[in-house]
Design a protein around this ligand. Structure first.
Ligand SMILES: Cc1cc2nc3c(=O)[nH]c(=O)nc-3n(C[C@H](O)[C@H](O)[C@H](O)COP(=O)(O)O)c2cc1C
Length: 202
């Protein structure tokens, strides 16, 4: 079946609201850190991705956020990839703090200690990573990039892909939560194989 797309005039996008004027897809991750008193903090981030083909992972963070301060102070952070059922709790992890500086909305999340680093894991995430902070790149406009080395990873069996050759049909890991900036989410249920050319290798 062929689909036709109506031609659309190309227009300039105002740069002062660049990322708000068209949709882009991103993951939604929950970054877990420990506050100075040892209590857990969790915050959602969408500017987050692997930074190498091995075990570097980075996320963009405001240096004004507790997440930044905590990760820099403890040199660790965790990353959770929430399943679609956790979308509301993930949003509430960006909830306001009370007068004591606590974030009561974190009670929506089921938290447990990380296994390898001093940190916190979020229950219900399809995949969780434990990271040691390796590098901080400040002054990216008003943001910073925190780069960590993954030192442990955990996944629900359903999310784990099999490592057989690509030709073998594999499960696609259950529904994936996708953040569609600005301000939308999607559950991805049906994926299909990428149309690599024959003999492709990276
Ligand atoms: C869907 C969503 C995506 C977000 N993405 C980011 C991001 O990529 N980087 C960032 O610094 N803040 C991001 N935020 C904002 C922080 O999560 C929010 O400011 C949070 O309250 C910070 O908490 P903290 O002070 O405990 O670190 C996002 C918030 C939401 C709801």
């Amino acid at each position: 079946m062929t689909t036709t797309t109506r031609p659309s005039r190309v227009v300039s996008v105002p740069l002062d609201s660049l990322w708000e004027r068209f949709s882009t897809v991103a993951p939604l991750v929950l970054i877990g850190t420990l506050e100075a008193d040892g209590s857990p903090d969790v915050a959602p981030k969408h500017l987050a991705m692997p930074l190498s083909w091995r075990t570097l992972f980075g996320f963009v963070c405001s240096p004004d956020h507790a997440t930044y301060r905590n990760a820099v102070a403890t040199e660790t952070f965790t990353v959770g990839f929430p399943s679609p059922e956790l979308v509301l709790a993930s949003s509430l992890a960006a909830g306001p703090r009370d007068t004591d500086g606590d974030k009561p909305t974190l009670e929506m999340l089921s938290l447990s200690p990380a296994h390898v680093v001093d940190g916190v894991l979020v229950g219900g995430c399809a995949v969780s990573l434990e990271c040691r902070l390796e590098r901080v790149i400040d002054d990216l406009d008003e943001n910073s990039l925190l780069v960590g080395r993954v030192v442990a990873a955990h996944a629900s069996e359903r999310a784990l892909l099999d490592t057989a050759p690509a030709a073998t049909p594999r499960p696609d890991g259950g529904p994936l939560l996708v953040y569609v900036h600005p301000g939308r989410v999607a559950s991805v249920h049906d994926t299909k194989p990428f149309p690599y050319h024959r003999g492709f290798h990276r």
